[in-house]
Write a protein that binds this ligand. Structure first.
Ligand SMILES: [Zn+2]
Length: 410
């Protein structure tokens, strides 16, 4: 059936096929075959839909030119890559202005195809030297023998260039000995060199991320079973990197109003039965209030980079909260004035991180975004970025001083 093909093709484009329980329920505009309205929805004439016009054109209320079929109608959103004709300064910043501590990385050398991990690690250190990264913090998410392997891999080879965070024990969370077991494993990892915990993720199914668990079996950040663990982090003076929720667009349907490009729809969880975005966000203030002695770093600007006002209020209320800016280039890059103001106002609270692999150009893209005043730069989303031109004192804190303060280096 044609309608079925449409829906499958649509899901495939959106990268959503086979997401199962963690995936989506029904899609708006893609109703069931029985009703027979799907193809009508797919072919809907959006250009005359009042809501569509408002979202797309705002106060302009339309394109101001006649609307009709055109030679670009075959181009798909996922392929669209407009070549800019703007003639403006393009600043190349090969190396960061100050030595940088990158607080958000993962075990990338193991993912390099066609290279031995050690070889990839050596190349990474060379790149770090070239772009001005003094230290990289690996959020291993690992415990047990997996963590031991990371210690051997990073700390024995480059003790001055890498720092490790360990994970939280995730086995048998329903057993009565879990709280004690989790604390013991943390102490063990600490004795081997772990200087933080992370990243601890909850995108709606609790920290094990298991969609098969019933809602009352999931372990969210404010779960009493985790209390001794967070307290132990405070006692050891190590921070916890938290990943709460995700970009808000992940809870919006993958339709014409979806904010992020098709490639990001692999993270879409619209219609999933996990905790919804707004409710998820409440776990952070609850945890921060409950554990005032523990230092938390909410990564990706706490997934509130789209609402800097609310993010600032959260920082005002909770002195034990810090942020990392990793993977939110597209948030600060699209609101450069507000973001520069925010980063200045909260200059003691935001840490630099990337979370995007080991590519030299990726690092240099960050320097251009944060240090230059360039305009209309290509970025990772459909919108372009604008340089924040951060002053030296703000850059210094963001790049290294806050990390030196928050992370336990000794
Ligand atoms: Zn990460």
């Amino acid at each position: 059936m044609e309608m079925k093909k449409n829906r499958r093709g649509f899901l495939k484009e959106a990268g959503l096929l086979g997401l199962g329980a963690a995936g989506m329920g029904s899609l708006p505009g893609c109703t069931t075959e029985e009703t027979g309205t799907e193809s009508a929805a797919v072919e809907k004439a959006w250009t005359s839909d009042p809501e569509w016009l408002k979202v797309k054109y705002g106060e302009w209320s339309g394109p101001g030119v006649p609307v009709g079929p055109g030679p670009m109608d075959h181009v798909l959103v996922k392929d669209y890559a407009p070549r800019s004709s703007v003639i403006a300064p393009q600043t190349f910043i090969p190396k960061a202005k100050f030595p940088v501590i990158d607080v958000h990385l993962h075990h990338y050398p193991a993912q390099e195809k066609g290279k031995r991990p050690k070889e990839a690690l050596e190349e990474w250190v060379k790149t770090m030297d070239e772009v001005g990264i003094e230290k990289s913090v690996i959020l291993t998410v690992a415990t047990g023998s997996q963590f031991d392997m990371m210690v051997d891999f990073y700390l024995n080879s480059y003790p001055d260039r890498f720092q490790l965070f360990c994970g939280v024990e995730r086995n048998d969370i329903d057993k009565p000995d879990f709280p004690e077991r989790a604390v013991k494993e943390l102490e063990r990892c600490y004795s081997l060199g772990a200087r933080g915990v992370g990243e601890v993720t909850d995108k709606g199914y609790g920290i094990t991320g298991d969609p098969r668990l019933a809602p009352n079996e999931r372990m969210h950040f404010d779960d009493v079973r985790l209390d001794p663990f967070w307290s132990k982090c405070a006692e050891l003076n190590i921070p916890v990197n938290l990943h709460l929720a995700d970009h808000p667009s992940s809870w919006q349907p993958p339709d014409v109003f979806q904010e992020r490009t098709p490639i990001f729809q692999q993270f879409n969880q619209y219609g999933s039965d996990g905790v919804p975005y707004d409710e998820l966000l409440n776990y952070l203030p609850k945890l921060l209030t409950k554990q005032p002695e523990t230092t938390f770093i909410a990564c990706h600007l706490a997934n509130l980079g789209n609402d800097l006002q609310r993010l600032g209020e959260t920082l005002d209320t909770h002195p034990n909260l810090y942020l990392d800016i990793s993977a939110r280039d597209y948030e600060v890059g699209r609101q450069p004035r507000a973001a520069a103001k925010f980063l200045s106002q909260y200059s003691g609270r935001v840490l630099f991180g990337t979370d995007m692999g080991m590519d030299k150009g990726m690092y240099q893209g960050w320097w251009r975004l944060l240090e230059s005043a360039d305009e209309h730069m290509p970025g990772r989303s459909w919108w372009r970025y604008y340089g924040l031109e951060l002053p030296d004192d703000v850059l210094l804190k963001l790049y290294r001083e806050n990390a030196l303060k928050v992370l336990n280096w000794t």
